[in-house]
Design a protein around this ligand. Structure first.
Ligand SMILES: Cc1cc2nc3c(=O)[nH]c(=O)nc-3n(C[C@H](O)[C@H](O)[C@H](O)COP(=O)(O)O)c2cc1C
Length: 217
């Protein structure tokens, strides 16, 4: 059976982004797959009043305008539903995720489709998938008290049922080489990807040093 990978590329720097370059290396290390890329470098429409109204209108009662308002959301969700693995690039912007990635999150979290409410609380509906987050930053250490991006994105994925979330950190890219020294080491990461990395108790799969890779800004 074909393995499908969805790559959600979210940096405003597009293909120049270090997160994009690292994601390409991750993709090369994954088992043979069909790749679908969703490029958010040009941004993504935010949910608006028309979207809100349409989303909270029963499917059978939706007008043509309602369906138009939800068309992009439907497409983004279909991409996610079809994926076995989702690779999401996540540059840290102002301590959180980028506005484009937040817009994607808002578009794909839909009650009755990607999660549902039960008497026991909300239950995610996208089970059995794997997510790999490629997190980059200038100064914020991933998994530190001021990293609101990684826990946010991890929570969203858990919320919609994706429990298998792994993090690859290429963080603190604008700090000095000395500051990166404790992060260096050698180990193997995702699917045999050989990187300089360090493991933490939090599910950071590995950490790479962008300076060594020639990606430094
Ligand atoms: C709008 C904006 C906000 C940023 N805010 C932060 C921040 O709060 N903390 C941080 O460590 N780096 C911040 N950065 C730096 C980026 O996270 C860093 O340059 C990262 O390597 C970019 O990833 P990319 O190469 O994948 O685009 C910001 C960059 C931009 C463009």
């Amino acid at each position: 059976m074909t393995h499908t990978v969805l790559c959600v590329a979210t940096s405003a720097q597009g293909t120049d982004a270090s997160s994009y370059k690292l994601a390409q290396q991750v993709l090369q290390q994954l088992p043979a797959h069909t790749l679908v890329t969703r490029d958010l470098s040009q941004g993504l429409p935010v949910v608006d009043q028309a979207w809100f109204r349409a989303n909270f209108t029963a499917d059978e009662a939706r007008t043509e305008a309602d369906r138009d308002a939800l068309a992009l959301s439907d497409q983004l969700i279909a991409e996610l539903q079809a994926a076995d693995t989702v690779v999401i690039t996540c540059p840290i912007y102002n301590f959180g995720i980028s506005s484009a990635l937040k817009a994607w999150v808002d578009q794909i979290c839909r009650a009755g489709i990607t999660f549902r409410y039960t008497e026991q609380g909300p239950v995610g509906l996208l089970n059995g998938k794997r997510a790999i987050l490629v997190v980059t930053s200038g100064g914020v250490p991933v998994n530190s008290a001021v990293d609101f991006a990684t826990p946010h994105l991890t929570q969203v994925l858990h919320f919609i049922g994706i429990q298998d979330v792994q993090v690859i950190a290429a963080d603190q890219q604008l700090t000095t080489a000395d500051a990166l020294a404790p992060c260096r080491g050698t180990d193997s990461g995702v699917g045999g990807l050989i990187v300089d990395c360090v493991y933490r108790t939090y599910p950071i799969l590995c950490r790479v040093d962008p300076v060594d890779r020639g990606w430094a800004h």
